[in-house]
Design a protein around this ligand. Structure first.
Ligand code: SAM
Length: 435
């Protein structure tokens, strides 16, 4: 077989080109084809005529990054960014799109990923939207230099920090905590010290998990304990990303509520990014499963987390929740007395449920991390389960896994996109597989 010609390398010396943006790619950058190169130009929209500088080395076969020097002519679909940090802050990628173009991009991303695996004619339901001010969970970075603390998100493609002054994405309660946290960390971090802060806006208050390179000394711990804002319900500190969170202040219970059932999450636990996004996902899962199975049915919820889907499903059927994180399984198990719900800790990458185990269920829900559920969908494809519902924050790995299921005899009957990560290049979705 003839091998495709290798992509042409960009010039070793920087080169300035005038190009037209053809489309927006999966990471939110505009794409232009020029001189045999596929150029990725951040902050552009289709139809833009732009002057760019190509300075990167040839981009690993995928394309070449180009720097936007000047917009010569604007394409349609350009909008006014909602935030003054947009362009530099790595938190948002697509605020420069007008709302209709932005919504269309979300759906196109899903359609494109499915088309690449031969499932492009899958019916797509209308996009569920998330309003500004709804992101209830965020991971901030903080760095102290001299007396000053930089606090916010990383710049695009960089480890430099954007010092956050505004953010139209976060809930008002999270945003209101930025300045007090900056002041707090000035007294907690040593000069040159850094930490991350995972903040979750829960029922009952804000849950803070701070992740630093080492443990807390006594003075730092006392400052954390004395941190005043009333909105804060709990504070925990974790030395290093793989450490165990150590409770520092536990002022009142902070909970999430699934199907009306309160669950107290372990510090920093996974939570769907917004209440609105979660509601759309749960509604789509319940519609798919609820419509197909009766009260006597058995449902498996794989990659179950704290039970976002398991709990509402367990109010309708018998549910077995499987999740890799021991603390999440413990929190779920503690909170669901009276429901027909069992929970199991299991690594579903290393040890997926086998086809034989899956055959005990009338429906299977799976909601893996961004890497997808390759091993688990292989087993599902070999099973006889009549209904599978996939939830994913990564259309590319979802499409790969959907292909596996389709090859195993499932029909992907519909996909429901959910814009849960407002103005970012991430799209969430629910896909329904039947056989
Ligand atoms: C996208 S979250 C979904 C959680 C839950 N379904 C929800 O909606 O809140 C993915 C979950 O998969 C879990 N996970 C990650 N890797 C895993 C693995 N190898 N085996 C089992 N669970 C895993 C994470 O701990 C996380 O709870």
């Amino acid at each position: 077989m003839k091998r495709p010609a290798p992509k042409r390398r960009p010039p070793a010396e920087p080169k300035t080109l005038d190009v037209t943006i053809a489309e927006i790619g999966a990471r939110g950058d505009g794409i232009a084809l020029a001189e045999g190169m596929r150029l990725f130009v951040p902050l552009t929209v289709p139809g833009d005529r732009v002057r760019v500088r190509v300075s990167d080395p040839a981009g690993k076969g995928e394309g070449v990054r180009a720097e936007l020097l000047e917009t010569l002519e604007s394409g349609p679909g350009r909008g006014e960014p909602a935030c003054k940090h947009f362009g530099r802050c790595g938190g948002c990628t697509l605020q420069h799109l007008e709302d209709g173009a932005y919504a269309a991009w979300n759906a196109d991303l899903v359609r494109g990923a499915l088309a690449r695996v031969g499932l492009g004619d899958t019916p797509l339901e209308p996009l569920s939207r998330t309003p500004p001010g709804a992101r209830r969970r965020a991971r901030f970075a903080a760095l102290k230099r001299g007396k000053r603390v930089w606090f916010g998100f990383n710049e695009r493609q960089s480890h430099r920090l954007v010092d956050l002054e505004e953010c139209p994405v976060l809930t008002p309660r999270l945003l209101a905590l930025v300045e007090p946290l900056r002041a707090l960390l000035a007294g907690v971090l040593p000069d040159g010290g850094a930490c991350d802060v995972v903040a979750s806006d829960l029922e009952g208050g804000i849950d803070l998990l701070m992740v630093g390179p080492r443990g807390l000394d006594r003075a730092a711990r006392e400052r954390l304990v004395a941190f005043e804002p009333d909105a804060v319900a709990r504070i925990a500190w974790q030395a290093d990303d793989r450490g165990t969170p150590e409770p520092v202040a536990n002022r009142r219970p902070a909970a999430v509520r699934f199907g009306g059932v309160p669950i107290v999450p372990p510090p920093g636990a996974f939570l769907q990014a917004s209440a609105e996004g979660e509601a759309a996902l749960v509604a789509a899962v319940l519609k798919a499963v609820g419509g197909a199975v009766g009260a006597a049915a058995r449902v498996a919820d794989l990659f179950a987390g704290l039970g976002t889907f398991s709990v509402p499903l367990a109010q309708r059927a018998a549910v077995h929740a499987v999740e890799g994180d021991a603390a999440a399984v413990a929190a779920l198990s503690r909170s669901v007395q009276g429901l027909r719900l069992t929970a199991e800790r299991r690594d579903l990458f290393e040890n997926p449920l086998t086809a034989k185990e899956l055959n005990r269920f009338d429906a299977v829900v799976f909601d893996p991390p961004r890497a997808g559920a390759a091993a688990q969908t292989e087993a599902l494809a070999a099973s006889k389960v009549p209904l599978a519902v996939g939830v994913s924050c990564n259309p590319a790995t979802f499409a790969r896994d959907a292909r596996t299921l389709a090859d195993g005899g499932y029909r992907l009957t519909r996909v429901h996109p959910v814009d849960q990560f407002l103005w970012s290049a991430h799209v969430e979705l629910v896909g329904v597989f039947e056989r």
